[in-house]
Structure formats: structure tokens, C-alpha cells
Design a protein around this ligand. Structure first.
Ligand code: HEC
Length: 155
């Protein structure tokens, strides 16, 4: 068994492409192109159903605390301090939406009250246990973007 594990480890190290684990972009390595992030953070397509759960989950996205999303209205009472996300895919591309979710202060408004969900630049008084952590994982960001692109106004 040990030998097999060692051989697998060696094969993984030598492989030109990572096999099991898709390359995930670390928060500090995220590259903006203006306000957009053109490359997927994970290389794995987002899952819109998972994304909808992240939006509604108070300890994850908690997006509904600030945003109206009519298809999720039954999930939770939602706030209205922020623009409704209904039809948001008609206003922004997937690449722009990724930029906004990763760090709205970078891509929308430097004074935004919207949290940066995949950035370590979250302000000065960060709880010690949260230093170096992002609110969402890279895959959760991709899931959220996959859900947001489904929000088109039926016109
Ligand atoms: C604390 C409140 C708050 C939370 C939580 C929040 N946002 Fe926002 N969001 C805002 C505000 C305010 C704006 C408007 C731009 C600005 O002034 O920053 C905004 C703008 C946006 C926009 C651009 C909308 C448009 O039509 O221009 C998108 C997309 C967005 N938010 C997505 C999300 C998602 C997805 C989440 C959860 C992962 C989220 N927001 C969580 C406050 C919030």
C-alpha cells in the first residue's frame, strides 16, 4: 500500500496537469481585468442550485439580507438596502459578476457596504479567527455566479 501511495504521489507531482484537484486560484492571486475576472477561480463549472443555497444562507452569502431576489423570496425575508438582483444577468456579464462577488469594493464601488466574498482585503478589524480566510470558497463563488447568470428579466 505504501508503495502504491508513493507511486501515486510521484505520478501526481510529475503530471503536467493536476489530476484530481483542479487548480484553484488563491484569494491573493486573483487577477482583475479592469472590473472583471475572466477566468474561473476553480476551473470547475459552477452549480446554480448550490449557488442559490449560498445566496440564501445567512452564514455564507447572506445576499438576501441586502438584495431582493424574487425567485428566492420564499426562502427568507429580504432586505432592500441594495439593488434588486432580478434581471442582474441582463446588466452584467458572468465575468463582471465574478468580479463583483469576489470584491465589490474593487469592481463596483470603493465604499460599498457589500462584503468582499473572496478577498483578504476585508478591513482592519478582522476577527482573529477569520484572518486569512474568505467568506466563500472559490467554488462557492463560481456557484453563486452560475446562479446569478440565470437571473434574466423575462421580457
Ligand atoms: C451588506 C449588504 C450586502 C450584502 C450582504 C450583499 N450585497 Fe451585493 N450589493 C450591495 C450594495 C449596497 C450594492 C450596490 C452597489 C454599491 O453601492 O456597493 C450591491 C451590488 C451588487 C451587485 C450589482 C447589482 C447591480 O445591478 O448593479 C451584485 C451582482 C451583487 N451585489 C451581488 C451580491 C451577491 C451575490 C451577494 C451575496 C454573495 C451580495 N451581493 C451580498 C450590498 C450587499
Amino acid at each position: 500500500m505504501k508503495l502504491v501511495a508513493a507511486c501515486l504521489a510521484a505520478a501526481t507531482a510529475l503530471a503536467p496537469f493536476p489530476m484530481a484537484v483542479a487548480a484553484e486560484i488563491a484569494p491573493a492571486d486573483v487577477k482583475y481585468d479592469g472590473a472583471t475576472i475572466t477566468t474561473s477561480l476553480t476551473g470547475t463549472p459552477g452549480n446554480p442550485e448550490e449557488g442559490a443555497k449560498v445566496l440564501a444562507n445567512r452564514s455564507l452569502g447572506n445576499c438576501l439580507a441586502c438584495h431582493v431576489v424574487t425567485p428566492l423570496a420564499k426562502e427568507q425575508f429580504h432586505g432592500d438596502v441594495a439593488p434588486s438582483l432580478d434581471g442582474v444577468a441582463d446588466r452584467w456579464s458572468a465575468e463582471q459578476l465574478r468580479g463583483i462577488v469576489v470584491n465589490a469594493k474593487h469592481s463596483l464601488n470603493p465604499d460599498s457596504v457589500m462584503p468582499g466574498f473572496y478577498t483578504l482585503e476585508v478591513g482592519i478589524n478582522v476577527r482573529k479567527d477569520l484572518v486569512g480566510k474568505t467568506i466563500l470558497t472559490a467554488q462557492q463563488v463560481e456557484d453563486v455566479v452560475a446562479y446569478l447568470v440565470t437571473l434574466k428579466d423575462a421580457k
